[in-house]
Design a protein around this ligand. Structure first.
Ligand code: PLP
Length: 356
């Protein structure tokens, strides 16, 4: 039986699947709702028309993309590593640093990949709760660090799915104490216009993770990157497979970054739309709470969870967290275009009028 050959600790593992659902409006994965402009699309077409581009292996070291990113963030190229989504960096960090059963500190609720990747790499996840308003309690993290002696610590800011951030001051406090790799995931960092990347030069153990999947609208091409000390980058490179990031992804990530003004405008628009969406969600009777958010999504708590299915039947997808657990009756809604947000609110309001 093939099952008998599976690693013992993975015998009961359920593979990650994201269901493919039909939709008109997709507000469940924090993607960018705006299409790329003509210039980007025509660059992509030109790239495809050069017959060498598809036949040849990509640059395994992603040199040009790393150069563009280094210039953008005012760091050296040796401080940049590119990956197949930032998911790959999360996995690679754990792969290179963890011995079996080593502990990894991570917030809860937060991005599920930290826990999954820790387990897949034979580590032990140690979760710390966020405060009731989802803010970070750094003293709690520091106490846990002293008690558990973890190999890695994750911080997500803005945190997915709660939308809160960690303050600069709190990161300084962590950096004064934590000596193991400290991973700050800024997948939604573009929405707050600030970053912890500036601290990398003074802290060999800090890595900041970023992605092109969210504000830059390239989720389908899977481009992530990390900024860290050269020694941290060299360590991760040990486990990065050759030719990992395909050539089209490298090219388009670079092109998008070179045209970032367009994306900056959309980021500002999303932030404006978020305020409109938040204000309107608060007027709906069965919405008990709209948590403040610094990202391109809002976490809400509802008194009637069936709204998730009702919206799905209207071909509007949102991310529900079920009726049990720490996020019971919570729903994460990606901020869409003005039009998408209006349609969502309209359907959510209509639901109130339905006979129960
Ligand atoms: C906090 C956070 N980090 C990382 C990722 C992974 O992004 P990528 O598409 O770059 O793998 C996500 C995706 O949802 C995320 O929410």
């Amino acid at each position: 039986m093939i099952k008998d050959y599976i690693r013992e600790d993975l015998q009961e593992f359920i593979p990650y699947h994201a269901p493919v659902k039909e939709y008109d409006i997709k507000l469940d994965a924090n993607e960018n709702p705006y299409p790329h402009n003509e210039k980007i699309i025509s660059e992509a077409k030109k790239w495809l028309e050069d017959c060498n581009n598809l036949r040849r292996y990509p640059d395994t070291d992603c040199n040009e993309l790393r150069e563009t990113l280094a210039k953008y963030w005012q760091v050296n190229k040796e401080n940049v590593i590119c990956s197949v989504g930032s998911d790959q960096l999360i996995d690679s960090l754990l792969k290179v640093f963890l011995e079996p059963e080593d502990k990894v500190l991570m917030p809860t609720p937060s991005f599920s990949m930290y826990k999954l990747a820790t387990k897949l790499n034979r580590g032990t996840p140690i979760e710390f709760n966020l405060n009731d308003d989802f803010s970070y309690d750094v003293n709690k993290i520091i106490d846990l660090y002293h008690k558990e002696h973890p190999k890695c610590v994750f911080i997500c800011t803005p945190n997915n799915p709660t939308g809160n951030i960690i303050t600069d001051n709190d990161v300084e406090k962590l950096l004064n104490v934590i000596k193991c790799p400290l991973i700050i995931d800024e997948a939604y960092g573009e929405y707050i216009e600030e970053s912890m990347i500036g601290k990398v030069k003074d802290h060999e153990n800090l890595i900041v993770l970023k992605t092109f999947s969210k504000a830059y609208g390239l989720a389908g091409l899977r481009v992530g990157y990390g900024i860290a000390s050269k020694s941290m980058i060299d360590a991760i490179n040990i486990v990065i497979p050759p030719y990992h990031l395909n050539a089209l992804s490298q090219f388009l990530a670079r092109t998008v970054l070179e045209n970032d003004a367009e994306y900056d405008n959309k980021i500002k628009e999303i932030v404006r739309n978020r305020k409109w969406l938040s204000d309107n969600l608060q007027t709906i009777k069965y919405v008990e709470k709209v948590y403040p958010s610094y990202a391109n999504y809002l976490l809400i708590k509802v008194s009637d969870y069936s709204i998730v299915e009702v919206l799905e039947n209207k071909r509007i997808l949102v991310r529900g967290y079920g009726e049990q657990g720490e996020l019971a009756n919570c729903i994460r809604i990606t901020v869409g275009t003005e039009d998408e947000n209006k349609k969502l609110i309209k359907e959510m309001k209509k639901y109130l009028d339905l006979p129960r």
